[in-house]
Design a protein around this ligand. Structure first.
Ligand SMILES: NC(=O)c1ncn([C@@H]2O[C@H](COP(=O)(O)O)[C@@H](O)[C@H]2O)c1NC=O
Length: 537
């Protein structure tokens, strides 16, 4: 059953005679309240907000004078009253509504100014369960939804950034126009939706509900992008309630505005480099179109960068560079020798910042730390008419019980390189084939429909890089190889062996595993099975 419509006639402009103000974030509220009071608006307000306004010498009425009911239950009930909700919801052009307001002593509220208990900030601080629950605002969203429904007469403000526009409207038009009331109603519902998304997301995580029946995701606009993946696509960047170090939470020290593709690629770069513990080794990843074109560990960050760049210096041009340690002068000097779009690192020395500042368009992002690659969480992808939600791939080679399937065991160096290669694989679009030597990628095959093509492309790129560097042997000679998923046939493996690989790491699990193992034995390869696949589409 749907509800029948009312015959509401919305005035073009509604003058503001009474405003109800109830805000947790008190930024700008005293100035705004003063400006409203100066324009003859009667102010009604709740506990702390009322005190802040009154303390500034501005005339304001406490909400309990309107409700004739005290604030009770530690603020859980203060505005949840028919005198408030009737004042927000009464359709003034409907005679019966006006009569009901008159009969019950309900006063019209023309402007609602509310911002909510800081639920998102509370979860970011990692507050305990009881504190988190207490920071779920009930009265605020109820008022926002009521006032926004009644936008034919009422204006709803949920964001201090909008106070100035309302004052300008009153100044220019003597009230608030219908278009503006509608615009703010839409913003109000988006706010409560994002708020409830944060609450329901927190609950789902807290109770470990894997696939809740209803699922909401929300965020706050951080930036309107110049365009999306392509110039004809509009785009915006929305931040969620997350404190995970990365592109969304980083500080941009310098450089142009990040584009949609920059943000996507920078995320890929930083998530990849965070796989490598800086206590074990400095590491650098260079990303192009969300795939790495070089990843390496080294004695220093500079050393790691030089090794990563050598993998595919042609593709690295215009790339994104991510580091797992503080950007120092030595590595900054090296990176700035070629054109790169973005550098992202946990921190930077003043000297490094000064070097980077010579390239004024180059963006430098500092995250303040590294993201935990084992952290749980979800990823979301949209498809036509739906959302695909899954747990983040937090699989880690260090946690896997590796099995050697061949007659030959890998050497210590091979094993170290195999582990490194498999961890890189996780961040390469499937089908992924990664050749690694001495802690550095030397050939990367990404995003091919056939695994054997990935193996060939990676080998050819390694040959090209060697030739460009004036080397007589391909970089892959004596390397190891990782595959993100099983080899369905022996051909991919044999291509890698031809390229010079001596050891292989792959998940296994193909019905032809034995064929592949036999081929590895025949070629004298050592092969390690992980039992874990790292598809990335
Ligand atoms: N329970 C209620 O009736 C209620 N009415 C308004 N609030 C919230 O109380 C806050 C303002 O409180 P104060 O003015 O006391 O600082 C606002 O964030 C507002 O959204 C309420 N608090 C929580 O639900």
């Amino acid at each position: 059953m749907s509800v029948a419509p009312l015959s509401v006639s919305a005035p073009e402009v509604v003058s503001v005679k009474r405003a109800l103000i109830s805000v947790s974030d008190k930024t700008g509220i005293v100035d705004f309240a003063k400006a409203l009071a100066d324009k003859g608006v009667e102010l009604v307000s709740t506990g702390g907000t009322c005190k802040a306004i009154a303390d500034a010498g501005i005339p304001v009425k406490d909400i309990s004078e309107v409700t004739e009911f005290p604030e009770i239950m530690d603020g859980r009930v203060k505005t949840l009253h028919p005198r408030v909700h009737g004042g927000l919801l009464g359709a003034r052009s409907v005679e019966a509504h006006s009569a009901a307001m008159k009969e019950h002593g309900i006063l019209e509220i023309d402007l609602l100014v509310v911002n909510l208990y800081p639920f998102e900030e509370t979860i970011l601080k990692g507050a305990d369960y009881a504190t988190t629950v207490e920071n779920i605002d009930i009265g605020g969203p109820a008022m926002i939804r009521a006032a926004a429904k009644n936008h034919a007469f009422v204006t709803t403000l949920v964001d201090p950034a909008d106070y100035a526009e309302i004052l300008a409207q009153i100044e220019e038009k003597g009230g608030i126009s219908y278009d503006v009331r509608k615009k703010f109603a839409a913003k109000a519902y988006a706010r409560t939706a994002a708020y409830d998304a944060a609450i329901s997301g927190w609950f789902a995580a807290e109770l470990e509900i894997e696939s809740p029946t209803f699922r909401a995701f929300g965020g706050e606009l951080a930036e309107v992008m110049r365009y999306g993946e392509n110039p004809h696509q509009k785009a915006g960047f929305y931040k969620t309630a997350s404190s995970r170090p990365g592109v969304a939470t980083a500080t941009q020290v310098q450089g142009k505005q990040l584009s949609y593709n920059n943000i996507n690629d920078t995320d890929a770069a930083f998530e990849l480099v965070c796989e490598f513990d800086p206590a074990v080794s400095p590491a650098v990843a260079i990303i192009k179109h969300a795939n790495p074109c070089g990843v390496a560990m080294g004695a220093t960050l500079k050393d790691a960068y030089v090794k990563a760049l050598a993998c595919d210096p042609v593709s690295a041009f215009g790339g994104i560079v991510a580091l797992n340690g503080t950007l120092d002068e030595a590595v900054a000097e090296e990176i700035t020798k070629i054109f790169v779009e973005v550098i992202i690192a946990p921190d930077a020395t003043e000297g490094a910042k000064a070097l980077v500042s010579k390239k004024k368009n180059l963006r430098l992002l500092l995250t303040g730390g590294l993201a935990d690659p084992r952290e749980e969480g979800v990823t979301v992808k949209s498809v036509s008419g739906g959302l695909l939600v899954q747990n983040r791939d937090n699989g880690n080679i260090a946690d896997i019980d590796l099995k050697v399937a061949t007659e030959r065991q890998p050497s210590e160096q091979e094993m170290a390189d195999l582990k490194f290669a498999f961890q890189v694989c996780k961040h390469v679009k499937s089908n992924a084939i990664i050749y690694v030597k001495d802690g550095a990628t030397v050939g990367i095959g990404a995003g091919q429909m056939s695994r054997v093509d990935s193996a060939r492309i990676a080998a050819r790129k390694a040959e090209d890089a060697a030739e460009a560097a004036g080397m007589t042997e391909p970089l892959t000679k004596g390397c190891v190889v990782a595959s993100d998923a099983f080899f369905p046939f022996a051909d991919g493996l044999l291509t890698a062996a031809e390229a010079g690989a001596t050891a292989v790491i792959q998940p296994g699990g193909s019905m032809r595993d034995q064929e592949v193992i036999d081929a590895a034995n025949e070629a004298g390869l050592a092969m390690v099975m992980t039992g874990m696949r790292h598809f990335r589409h």
